[in-house]
Unconditional design. Structure first.
Length: 595
């Protein structure tokens, strides 16, 4: 049975992550990294594509779950007519061999339990050779191997490993699944109680370093910051957009993408979220990742990279997987990595500017990289591109892309003026003025009384909400006010913002999509900047109301089906929550909102 996206909770070790359903089934896990092949792929397939179920053998009459306070340790209480058990799931951080720990604890009565372990490497395709060991089980297929440490005996049946056992009140049954390369020795046996204690302490210590600057919404913000931390690839500092691939933007449709990569576009807003919350170590690591990823020929700057900065993200379809609720194809890799998107140059320049403003340590080569990027932008800012939304239709002169080209020139000028860096500042000033004039003339549609999606278009696009947020025009400029009002009228559905209407087929894909949650946070930011703080708070509260029972949000919301859609949990959505909460806290104190 397919679970709703919001039925899942995240556990992670800052190198990879897993999704656990309310029913006790671990349905998604890629090892050893976020973007590795999966060993459990039921999330976008069937049981036989891999999962690990631990649940009562009888009917479950009540379920409740929570993260242990200020940690990513998940606790799920499952009640049957015979009693209640607690399933504790976590991944110990910073281990050489990624591990999933699952601890069954008897709370009341005695509960008959069952476990079903179906290991399928490489996205459900590779059935491993499984043998019993003194420790439990060992599974091998090609380079991948998994060791299961369990006091419960498993037996094989129809290419599955199954076990039944009874848990009485006060008893504990631990199980540990560890990955290793098949040519290496098995990882050491984990002391589960010690690992749990250390994991709790690690998360609590990390949370102690978070500043309380988000007013009434600090609880939501802390959970979002922890989600960002869990989505961080610790060896490099890269933050993946989501731990999943191909959770659909349109149930049953083709809008299914692999988000297990790091987007340059997310850099500035992520830096803001981390820096303002006091997470400087994470901000510095993210900035160092960005510098390494962007180094190279300016013409080859990509919109996204792998967690370690990989550039080749070749997209292919996994045709043996049926997809989440029949949403096909399931994709691995992302062809949009090869698109030309002008806005990423502005995003990168803005991120570096933000880092300098907050005294984030930058490598000495960064300014040289920026100079080279600006040489490229000078030559190509007037070219059509693929746009912020990675459309697979024809290239256009997208308004948002031009605004971000203006940002690139503006931040380059600021770097020379504020930090005494060397550069052709007069050339950049002239280009900045030229881009600004062009956007105001051609991006503005006088009949629509709004900035539109691309030059000459009648279509609205929520990306132009960034115009006041990046400082292109002030929030009280009549053109900004009119644009925001037009988006409110035409792109808001049930109080949530669509990216655009696809009636013109501009994105080259069939079907539609849900409301885009990051854009809805941008709407709240704009309204707050315009002084409409109460309306901004109303939107914000509506947004946080979409979070599931453990505080996680996806990329989009389907206002018809009333459910979350898209990859989950989505880092960019949680970044929007963090920054909007800070903006509203500032606005409530009559301070100007910050981006």
């Amino acid at each position: 049975m397919t679970q709703l996206i919001e039925d899942y909770a995240l556990i992670g070790d800052t190198q990879t992550a897993a999704l656990v359903g309310r029913d006790g089934s671990l349905d998604w896990l890629c090892l050893p990294r976020f973007d590795s092949g999966s060993c459990f792929a039921k999330l976008v397939g069937e049981d036989d594509h891999g999962r690990w179920l631990i649940a009562p053998a009888g009917e479950v009459i009540a379920t409740s779950r929570r993260y242990r306070d200020r940690t990513m340790v998940l606790e799920t209480d499952l009640t049957t007519a015979e009693g209640t058990v607690r399933l504790t799931d976590f991944m110990p951080p910073r281990h050489h061999h990624p591990r999933v720990v699952r601890l069954v604890t008897g709370i009341e009565g005695h509960v008959r339990m069952r476990s079903e372990l179906i290991i399928r490497f490489e996205y459900g395709q590779d059935i491993p050779w499984v043998r019993g060991t003194q420790r439990g089980l060992h599974a091998v297929a090609g380079p991948n191997a998994l060791s299961l440490d369990s006091p419960v005996g498993f037996h094989g049946r129809k290419m599955r490993s199954e076990a039944t056992f009874t848990v009485n009140a006060g008893e504990e049954v631990p199980m540990v699944l560890a990955w290793h390369l098949s040519h290496e020795e098995e990882p050491f046996v984990l002391d589960v109680e010690r690992a749990l204690s250390e994991t709790v302490a690690w998360w609590e210590q990390w949370c102690d370093g978070v500043d309380e600057v988000h007013g009434d919404w600090q609880h939501y913000v802390l959970r979002s910051l922890m989600t960002l931390k869990a989505l961080t690839y610790a060896p490099t500092g890269g933050i993946v957009a989501a731990p999943t691939t191909s959770l659909p933007e349109d149930i049953g449709g083709v809008r299914n993408w692999d988000y297990r990569y790091c987007w340059v576009r997310d850099a500035t807003l992520t830096l803001d979220a981390l820096i303002e919350a006091g997470c400087r170590e994470e901000a510095e690591a993210w900035m160092l990742w960005l510098g390494r990823a962007a180094a190279g020929a300016p013409s080859q700057l990509q919109i996204m990279y792998g967690p370690a900065g990989e550039r080749r993200l070749t997209e292919f379809e996994v045709d043996w997987l049926p997809g989440y609720e029949g949403s096909r194809p399931v994709r691995v890799g992302n062809a949009a990595s090869g698109q030309f998107q002008l806005d990423v140059y502005g995003e990168l320049m803005d991120a570096v500017d933000r880092a300098r403003r907050h005294d984030i340590k930058l490598h000495e080569v960064i300014w040289q990289v920026q100079r080279a990027l600006m040489d490229f932008v000078e030559q190509h800012w007037s070219d059509p591109d693929d746009g912020i939304w990675e459309v697979r239709g024809p290239r256009q002169h997208f308004t948002h892309s031009r605004v971000m080209a203006w940002v690139a020139f503006d931040r380059a000028v600021g770097a020379v003026e504020r930090y005494d860096l060397d550069g052709p500042v007069e050339t950049w000033r002239a280009a900045r003025d030229a881009v600004h004039a062009e956007v105001c003339a051609q991006g503005w549609n006088d009949q629509r009384q709004a900035f539109t999606q691309y030059y000459g278009s009648d279509s609205l696009d929520a990306s132009v909400l960034m115009i006041p947020l990046v400082g292109f025009l002030p929030a009280n400029d009549p053109r900004v006010v009119s644009t925001v009002e037009a988006i409110e009228r035409e792109l808001m559905v049930d109080g949530f913002v669509l990216r655009y209407q696809n009636s013109s087929g501009v994105d080259g894909l069939s079907g539609s999509e849900g409301a885009f949650l990051p854009c809805t946070f941008w709407m709240a930011d704009c309204l707050a900047a315009m002084g409409r703080v109460d309306q901004a708070k109303e939107i914000f509260n509506r947004l946080v109301g979409l979070a599931n029972d453990v505080g996680l949000m996806s990329e989009e919301y389907d206002p018809v089906r009333k459910r979350l859609i898209g990859n989950f949990p989505q880092a960019f959505t949680h970044v929007g929550l963090i920054n909007t909460a800070r903006n509203l806290a500032a606005a409530s104190k009559a301070s100007p909102p910050v981006r």
